[in-house]
Design a protein around this ligand. Structure first.
Ligand code: ZN
Ligand code: ZN
Length: 390
């Protein structure tokens, strides 16, 4: 007669071993499906962030025209206020100063407009199907890529000597329009500094009145904070429209005359004037801070013969080769002066005075497809380092 033995105690052990087998099988499945020798946590993070990149790429196209309209409208408003408020203020001081301002201001304005238009409408350059030197294949365009070219996911094209995609010009900054972009930034920075310097007296008068302030006028947020904490609250702080006193000496100094029945009209006119002066200075000083940082970054890159993208590639290469005992040097760094000369496309009868300080449509040196490489001066030569710059 058969005898049944209930081995209840074995059940948990079997369950655990089955679970272990299932887990190891799942790990094996994951590794089989996702194994890649080059996979790292960074790749995983990039993959996870892919939807975010996709959204940025997809919608940046639509933000570009809005940003461009913003640049045009804000620049126009600054120029109009300069003509209406600041220039008459300068004219009251002296005629010779006014003539200087007219010449200098218009020189800046012409350069700003010219370089902006050229940066927007100049094609940055795209590699043709046949190129003299191929360093890689673009996976998106399925076409050969020359040195220093990169694929722009917003334009959906490969761009020669790509620097970055700029929403403010709704265009890529590359081989053929990098000079225009940089010159636009420089002239815009100069223009905004010029407006700030010209309008600082008027701004002080309209923003602070006769109040004491410890910081320079350009640091108006600190002065506002100071006024809130330590200011004399009996005196009006003119940092807002509502603070313009009706029929005060402020109004009389700016064309307002106290006449019964026309108080509102006079006050509104002065309020607009007051707002325009404050807006002009606040906007321009904010642009100065932002552009100063951008220009400094670009000056550093151009001086070292790098583009925005190459800064990160070169940094990675430096640390990678350092681990191998190699010294990496940027093959496109020809020296400070040579870098700037190449960047501005000078030489062959082109001069800084004629072709940089004044509008010029000359094309950059070279074709954007090949770039001479500087021999490595490091202790051990890494002959293939140029190929790293994909
Ligand atoms: Zn491409
Ligand atoms: Zn682009």
């Amino acid at each position: 007669m058969a005898r049944v033995r209930w081995r209840v105690t074995e059940f948990p052990r079997r369950l655990v071993s089955r679970c272990k087998a299932l887990v190891s099988w799942l790990i094996l499945l994951r590794q089989t499906l996702f194994y890649n020798e080059f996979t790292s946590y960074m790749v995983g993070l990039e993959t996870a962030a892919e939807p975010m990149f996709w959204t940025v790429d997809k919608f940046s196209k639509y933000f570009g025209p809005i940003f461009m309209i913003l640049v045009v409208c804000l620049t126009t408003s600054v120029v109009v206020i300069f003509y209406i408020c600041l220039l008459p203020h300068v004219y009251q001081q002296s005629l010779s100063k006014t003539i200087f301002h007219l010449i200098f201001g218009h020189w800046l304005l012409v350069n700003i407009v010219f370089n902006y238009v050229m940066a927007v409408f100049t094609d940055p350059g795209h590699p043709p199907r046949e190129i003299p030197e191929t360093v890689s294949i673009c996976k998106k365009c399925i076409s050969p890529k020359p040195p220093r070219a990169h694929h722009c996911s917003i334009c959906d094209k490969c761009v020669l000597k790509m620097d970055h995609h700029c929403p403010w010009i709704n265009n890529c900054v590359g081989f053929y329009n990098h000079r225009y972009f940089f010159q636009f930034c420089i002239f815009m920075l100069s223009g905004t500094i010029y407006v700030c310097v010209t309008g600082v007296d008027l701004f002080k008068q309209h923003f602070y009145g006769d109040k004491y302030y410890p910081f320079p006028a350009v640091l108006y947020p600190l002065n506002m904070a100071y006024d809130i904490m330590y200011g004399d609250h009996n005196k009006p702080f003119l940092g807002g429209i509502a603070a313009v006193p009706v029929n005060s000496s402020f109004n009389k100094n700016h064309g307002g005359q106290h006449q019964p029945g026309v108080d509102l009209e006079v006050d509104m006119r002065n309020q607009h004037y007051h707002t325009a002066v404050v807006y002009e200075f606040v906007l321009c000083s904010a642009v100065v801070i932002a552009l100063l940082l951008l220009v400094c970054w670009h000056v550093r890159m151009i001086s070292l013969g790098e583009t925005n993208i190459e800064v990160y590639i070169n940094r990675k290469e430096v640390s990678r080769l350092k681990k191998l005992g190699l010294v990496y040097t940027n093959p496109y760094h020809y020296g400070f002066f040579k870098n700037w000369q190449i960047f501005f496309g000078l030489g062959k009868g082109r001069t800084f005075l004629k072709n940089v300080l004044f509008p010029s449509t000359h094309t950059p040196c070279g074709d954007g497809l090949t770039f001479p490489r500087v021999p490595n001066k490091g202790p051990r030569e890494d002959k293939d380092r140029g190929l790293m710059l994909l």
